[in-house]
Write a protein that binds this ligand. Structure first.
Ligand code: 5GP
Length: 141
């Protein structure tokens, strides 16, 4: 397996070198909106400690990511009045991974509404800002 690349997009977001619509942050994890959401509220949760994916992450770091993913799933369901939540996580190119810093997708879902295909459309920054606001408010409840 290839080594962790410090210049992947999510490492740059963590270092503040690239912008992101952040919704939650703690000592071990960061959650921010996917720039090409498959449904409104689509959020990515990443560990702060470098890991390429599920195959090399240390168990403690992974546990922190899952704990944050649960928080975001509950907040996303509430904020978007969703009927359900999809959690996805891809490993290596053959497994569907495009960005090589471990991340979990949390996607609020509505009954009979299919997800958009991956990377189909870049969302407007003002829409992402509004969605981040809704998620933060639900997290604060
Ligand atoms: P995966 O590696 O799990 O297949 O997908 C990577 C995800 O990152 C995609 O859903 C894509 O839309 C998202 N993404 C790619 N580049 C950026 C970016 O610069 N900022 C944000 N917030 N998301 C991104």
């Amino acid at each position: 397996m290839a080594e962790y690349d410090n210049n992947n997009i999510f490492a740059k977001i963590l270092r503040g070198e690239l912008p992101a619509h952040k919704v939650y942050e703690d000592e071990h994890t960061l959650a921010f909106l996917d720039i090409m959401p498959r449904a409104p509220g689509h959020t990515l949760i990443i560990p702060k400690k470098p890991a390429r994916n599920l195959l090399d992450v240390d168990s403690e770091s992974l546990a922190h990511v899952i704990k944050t993913a649960k928080k975001i799933a509950i907040a996303g369901k509430k904020a978007f009045n969703a009927d359900g939540v999809t959690m996805q996580q891809f490993n290596e190119a053959a497994g569907g991974q495009v960005v090589f810093h471990l991340h979990v997708h949390i996607i609020p879902r509505h009954k009979d509404v299919p997800m958009k295909p991956p990377a189909s459309a870049m969302e407007k920054p003002e829409v992402l800002a509004e969605h981040a606001k809704l998620l933060k408010a639900a997290l604060a409840e």
